[in-house]
Design a protein around this ligand. Structure first.
Ligand code: GTP
Ligand code: MG
Length: 489
């Protein structure tokens, strides 16, 4: 009201011709800005229209294998003579000429540090890339031979823009459509519904006992946040759970203080709204809203909506061998990813944002940890989990694919005493041979069936030695490339 009145007063002080001038100046400035923007974007739009540019999001929870896959993928495409990519048609036909990395200038994001990831893999002894915590982007200019009917062979370049971001950010997106009260109830439901409460019973009791109307005490909330963050880290580290919020608590140690009130029974929505500003409910509500506004919404706005295709990496082996609860939680995470990508007006996020992702790929990573005979079962298991969550007409028109890959193959198969086994080096460089627990394409249904997997996880492996002399061995990265780009090359 106040500003309206001020606005009218200011207007009345201007001469009518001044007003006209101001308006036309503003309009001209707008047109100029629009022109500048259009010029900058025009090459981008033209490339898109000519099918020469594609933007792919690569995500997965921390440790899923994003940095390693990106490094392997870039290496394979940039060294067509050394790469083994029989499943990728341009490589098979000799039309893949090479690739070069360029910064993704339009994105304004830091460039993926390919050099240091590659150096780590190629060093002696080889190492895995360092864990990364932030988003990065790059353009990979893929040079291909083009066969023209009458004018001989030519060249074309496909620009593959790769945006790598933590899966934890994706897990936060459902918070966009929940207010604080909804989120508290959602968290209470999840925590009460499985055995994760067993990881921190005392903490969860303290949270449930936190009275919504009592005045908030800074020191109490600080202590609760420290313990809650540790609880989330244990859910990931010890139980291999996937659907954990706020996701950024797993990536950095900022003082977000986004805590759920686990017992809101006895309070209607109206009663909660009217609680004093200094009450626990109102203080935590403000923390929650700040987090959603400052962290979650900008990601959706500036980054996520540019993607044409989305690749989600899943540590299916780690999850399966962690047991039934980890797998159920992964399914829960898939349900929320499915909601994010749901098409049509019924999509819960569609009012805020309409996804334009036209292909969604899931890949189980690190399959070199199990025998080749189990790779197909893994792919089938992943497919079943996806089928259960992406059912019905809601995703019609959005093709979903699943694969099972190893970005860097660290093991090879051998025969010992008539049995097939895997041999490789563990993380300490010790040479070892092992046989993984056989993977069935169906989840255990009978009582006690999960004991076949729990505690029997295959060992973590070190990258193989000697890659600097030649190619990076992999499993089905070429098939993944085909799913990602096959229709664009
Ligand atoms: N055996 C095997 N292990 C792999 C492979 N790729 C990744 N790993 C293992 O998974 C770990 C994590 O891989 P990264 O590529 O760093 O995963 P990330 O998703 O980038 O992880 P953050 O940067 O922490 O989010 C590595 O340190 C390896 O132990 C693979 O192809 N085979
Ligand atoms: Mg990484």
């Amino acid at each position: 009201m106040e500003s309206q009145v001020t606005g009218i007063r200011l207007m009345s002080l201007e001469h009518p011709s001044d007003q006209k001038d101001t308006r036309s100046r503003r309009l001209k400035e707008k047109l100029r800005q629009w022109g500048r923007g259009a010029q900058e974007k025009s090459h981008w739009v033209a490339e898109r229209l000519m099918d020469r540019r594609i933007c792919v999001g690569v995500t997965g929870l921390s440790g899923a294998g994003k940095s390693t896959l990106l490094t392997s993928l870039i290496y394979q495409l940039s060294h067509p003579q050394k790469a083994q990519l029989p499943g990728f048609a341009p490589a098979l036909n000799g039309d893949l000429l090479g690739a070069e990395i360029k910064p993704a200038l339009d994105s304004g994001l830091p460039v993926f540090d390919y050099e240091s990831c590659l150096n780590a893999l190629m060093s002696n002894p080889p190492r895995w890339p360092k864990s990364t915590r932030d988003v990065s982007a790059m353009e990979l200019h893929i040079h291909l031979r083009r066969h023209r009917r009458f004018r001989g062979n030519g060249h074309k370049t496909l620009i593959l823009e790769l945006r790598d971001y933590p899966g934890e950010w994706l897990m936060d997106l459902p918070m966009m459509r929940m207010d604080f009260r909804d989120w508290c109830r959602h968290q209470a439901h999840i925590i009460g519904g499985d055995t994760r409460a067993g990881l921190a019973p005392e903490l969860l009791q303290r949270l449930a006992a936190l009275s919504p109307q009592a005045e908030a005490k800074e020191s109490e909330l600080t202590a609760l946040w420290r313990d809650y963050r540790q609880f989330l880290l244990d859910c990931r580290g010890e139980r291999k759970l996937s659907y954990l919020q706020p996701g950024r608590a797993l990536l950095d140690d900022e003082d977000y203080r986004v805590l759920p009130l686990l017992d809101l029974r006895g309070f209607s929505a109206d009663e909660l709204r009217q609680l004093p500003e200094k009450s626990n409910y109102q203080v935590l509500r403000r923390h929650y809203e700040t987090y959603v506004h400052d962290r979650v919404a900008p990601f959706l706005d500036s980054h996520f909506k540019h993607l044409d295709r989305q690749l989600v990496l899943v540590d299916m082996i780690g999850t399966l061998f962690a047991g039934e609860q980890a797998l159920e939680d992964m399914r829960l995470a898939f349900t929320h990813i499915a909601d994010t990508f749901r098409y049509g007006d019924s999509g819960l996020l569609s009012k805020l944002w309409r996804p334009k992702v036209n292909r969604l790929l899931f890949a189980a990573t690190k399959v070199d940890q199990v025998l080749a005979a189990d790779h197909d079962a893994l792919r089938q298991l992943l497919g079943q989990q996806l089928q259960q969550t992406f059912t019905g007409a809601r995703h019609r028109g959005l093709p979903i694919f699943s694969e099972a890959i190893a970005a860097v193959r660290c093991s090879r198969e051998d025969q010992r005493n008539g049995r097939r086994m895997l041999v490789g080096h563990d993380l300490n460089g010790r040479y070892l041979g092992f046989e993984n627990a056989e993977i069935s394409s169906h989840l255990p249904s009978e009582e006690g069936g999960w004991s076949h997997y729990t505690g029997a996880a295959p060992p973590q492996l070190r990258p193989p030695q000697g890659m600097d002399a030649g190619s990076i061995p992999h499993i089905r990265v070429d098939a993944l490339l085909n799913l990602l780009l096959g229709d664009k090359v």
